[in-house]
Design a protein around this ligand. Structure first.
Ligand SMILES: Nc1ncnc2c1ncn2[C@@H]1O[C@H](COP(=O)(O)OP(=O)(O)OP(=O)(O)O)[C@@H](O)[C@H]1O
Length: 781
């Protein structure tokens, strides 16, 4: 460890100080330490520093005693800098009382019931929550400077005596308090606004340390509203790096720090839970040090190493949970293997007027293997919009039903369930399969009947919303669950399903083109089949930016398309602040378009319609009773209308790029040339234009996702609800991809060597408390 190297250097200097070795002996000792630890020194980026130190100790014969002394001083200074940068060790004092990490935060000194409620708002409920509450920034209060040397704009500490004070009442609402503060190099004016309590602290003659930014005002140095600490002598000032926490109404930074000081003392009792091999491999700080280091680091290096170590801790635990779960799910036997005949699928494939793409064939093959295998399938079918995932899932459904099992197909909304149901009945009924729709809107009497039939095995396929699993639906022999998802369908829910059937096979479909690295994280517990190829004959959709003032020419173009029998979407964004406004926009657009295209039929779809009204509008558009569909963003997923060739998106800047990509994917689903128009305000800023421009240049969903992720960051990219994915406190899903990948690889190797976590009780406990609920580890650990 690098600390040991530095400590050894230090030790030798101490020996010299005590006169136990000669000056000439320093060099060989240093040299051999450096040589023996070359790798560590290099890995820590210390080579240059060490070379410099060695240069001080070169045993030159001609050196006078005085120069030797000077060199020794230089050596000590360099070592000090090095130590400061790499310092992470501090002896923690043992607190009087040991508290369990899960102790309610209200029992921590300086907290109490009232403050606890405020801390709860910050997500801090227990002592442990405080340990893992990351500061948003730090204040480096180690830089104490003389007033004379303080530079403009620099944040520093100055220590001086108050020599003068004045109070200036500017108006009724504003009083300014000025204090002249002096040290042996100069004077600075310290100013506070309306904070009359400072008067009672900063009396004339009082010594105080001030931390703040240096400004200039009327030729004088000034600090505005600095933090200050009244002290007896210079030595009383503790130079340290202080955390700056994210706060909420009702709590001050100083209070948070005081609580932090109390809480962090308890790290004394923490025991490492990461297995030694992880700590070694990634060179992590020990648990105590890394927790302390994010709150009260001893050096900038300590802070950085702590953040780095906690990122690893987070990634390692998450990957352990996900991959272990995946392994365990794989071990659960299905009970009986399915006998896949493949007769019906052959028949089905013959009815299609196209051939499967290579990617579709490959994905189906992977799925079939899973179906036959004695272990349950947990597979993600990922493919860009319009890449033909539905057909692949149909093949799986047919196989399973032919083998005598039932299948359930779940959708995020009842409107999509209805559309899906229509598509599936059209394809599957001719093969003799019985298929029903079951959603919240199904009549009560029908529901009872459907449930009865599912239980008796008289229905082969049930299509519905995700609620199917929550309802008291029983199956005779559930063999396959297809989950069409917009967002992530939680692992929990999948486990729920496993409980329902005799370990049914699970196929999750997603068109969200999550960048590969992230997909591994978010779907780490699933096997992945990727449809990375579009059906033949598709013409690339043309994406065109059009200025609002050019709307007329857009309408002319739309008219031409309509004249050729094609259909057109006009989509309005969801305006978060005002659903009413969104509606108004869509409605007024609907009215305008009905006039502009009076010889055509225009439909209107928005969130305020009841599901049956929505279905009605969709049906009419599918049946070509409407030529134009004006819609709010509810149209986003899963609608397949081959004759739709134009997608007009109003205010595209209000959408995320991935969402735009989904919308664009509603057209171009046949061999017809399709278009996507992005109507941009005339006064749109350059950022919007360049973003839309880069979007218009690519049709690759993964590329779009990468751009989107960069622009919006992972939080917004995945939406507010992350569905079963815990929020990370330290990891940044974009920046820390390497850490996530390294951890995953190491975790895979680690799990391959252990049978259970029994030999790692601390780790097991940590996994349970952290992910027991969200990843449902309780069942498998
Ligand atoms: N191999 C193929 N060749 C030609 N057309 C195909 C092929 N596979 C599917 N299609 C057709 O392409 C259209 C889109 O397919 P599908 O609805 O399955 O896409 P998807 O991947 O589910 O899209 P989305 O994610 O947008 O819902 C459908 O009309 C389907 O019939």
């Amino acid at each position: 460890m690098i600390e040991e190297v530095i400590n050894s250097f230090d030790y030798i200097v101490q020996l010299k100080e005590k006169g136990m070795i000669t000056w000439e002996e320093i060099f060989p000792s240093f040299y051999s330490i450096a040589k023996n630890n070359f790798k560590v020194i290099q890995e820590n980026g210390l080579l240059e520093d060490v070379k410099k130190i060695l240069a001080y100790t070169k045993p030159l014969k001609t050196l006078s005693e005085e120069r030797k002394e000077r060199r020794l001083e230089g050596l000590k200074d360099s070592l000090k800098i090095l130590k400061e940068r790499y310092l992470v060790d501090e002896v923690l004092e043992k607190p009087e009382k040991k508290l369990a990490p899960l102790t309610d935060i209200k029992y921590i000194k300086k907290v109490g019931t009232k403050r606890a409620l405020i801390l709860n708002k910050l997500g801090i409920f227990s002592l442990k929550d405080f340990f893992y509450y990351p500061p948003r920034d730090y204040e480096d209060r180690r830089k104490v400077v003389k007033i004379f040397n303080a530079k403009e704009d620099e944040k520093v500490v100055i220590i001086g005596n108050v020599v003068k004070s004045e109070e200036v009442k500017i108006n009724k609402g504003l009083t300014i308090y000025n204090f002249s503060v002096e040290d042996d190099s100069g004077v600075i004016i310290v100013t506070f606004f309306n904070q009359d309590y400072v008067k009672s602290y900063l009396k004339r003659g009082v010594k105080s340390a001030f931390y703040g930014k240096i400004e200039y005002s009327y030729g004088m140095k000034q600090m505005k509203s600095p933090d200050f600490q009244v002290i007896e002598s210079d030595e009383d000032f503790k130079s340290e790096i202080l955390p700056v926490y994210p706060l909420t109404f009702g709590i001050f930074q100083t209070t948070m720090r005081r609580i932090a000081k109390e809480a962090i003392q308890q790290t004394y009792f923490l025991e490492e839970f990461l297995p030694e091999e992880f700590v070694q491999e990634f060179n992590l700080l020990d648990l105590k040090k890394r927790i302390k280091g994010i709150h009260f680091p001893l050096s900038i290096y300590h802070k950085e190493r702590s953040w780095y170590s906690l990122k690893y801790e987070e990634a390692i635990l998450f990957e352990l949970a996900m991959i272990y779960l995946k392994l365990k799910m794989k071990e659960m036997k299905k009970g009986e293997t399915k006998e896949i005949k493949g007769e019906l699928t052959k028949k089905f494939l013959n009815t299609l007027n196209f051939e499967l793409t290579q990617a579709q064939k490959r994905s189906y093959e992977e799925i079939r293997k899973d179906l036959i295998s004695p272990y349950p399938m947990n597979r993600l079918l990922q493919g860009d919009v319009g890449s033909g995932k539905t057909v692949v899932s149909e093949l799986a459904i047919i196989d399973v039903c032919e083998a005598g099992y039932q299948a359930a197909v779940m959708n995020p909304t009842s409107v999509l369930a209805k559309q899906q149901f229509k598509k599936l009945s059209k394809d599957l009924e001719p093969l003799g399969l019985k298929i029903v729709l079951l959603t919240g809107d199904t009549k009560e009497s029908d529901k009872i009947l459907i449930k009865e039939k599912l239980k008796l095995g008289e229905i082969d396929v049930v299509v519905g919303t995700h609620a199917i699993i929550q309802q008291d639906v029983e199956f005779k022999k559930l063999g396959l669950v297809v989950i069409d998802e917009q967002h992530r369908f939680g692992v929990n829910q999948r486990l729920e399903l496993i409980k329902k059937g005799n370990h049914p096979d699970i196929l999750v479909m997603t068109a969200t083109p999550i960048p590969r690295t992230l997909a591994m994280t978010f779907y780490g517990d699933l096997d992945v089949s990727l449809i990375d190829e579009m059906p033949k004959g598709r013409r690339p959709i043309k994406t065109i930016l059009i200025a609002e003032s050019n709307r007329k020419s857009l309408y002319e173009f739309v008219k031409e398309e309509l004249d050729q029998g094609n259909q057109v979407f006009f989509v309005y964004p969801l305006i978060e602040e005002s659903e009413a406004l969104e509606l108004k926009n869509a409605i007024s657009m609907y009215e305008e378009l009905s006039k502009v295209f009076e010889e055509y039929k225009v439909g209107l779809l928005h969130g305020r319609l009841s599901p049956s009204e929505k279905n009605d509008v969709m049906d009419k558009f599918v049946q070509k009773e409407y030529d134009i569909l004006v819609s709010t963003s509810v149209v986003e997923v899963g609608i397949d209308i081959p004759d739709a060739t134009v997608m007009v998106i109003e205010h595209p800047d209000r959408f995320g790029l991935s969402q735009l990509h989904q919308l664009r994917g509603r057209v171009g689903r046949s061999d017809k040339q399709s278009y996507c128009f992005l109507v941009i305000d005339d006064d749109a800023n350059n950022e919007i234009k360049s973003k839309m421009n880069s979007f218009s240049k690519t049709l690759d969903g993964f590329e779009v996702a990468e751009i989107d992720l960069k622009w919006r960051g992972p939080g917004k990219f995945f939406g507010v609800e992350q569905h079963g994915i815990p929020e990370f406190k330290f990891l940044d899903l974009v920046e820390d991809i390497n850490i996530i990948e390294n951890s995953r690889k190491k975790v895979e190797r680690f799990l391959a060597t252990i049978q259970s976590f029994d030999r790692y009780p601390n780790l097991k406990h940590e996994l349970q408390t952290r992910y027991g609920d969200s990843i449902h580890l309780v069942n498998v650990l």
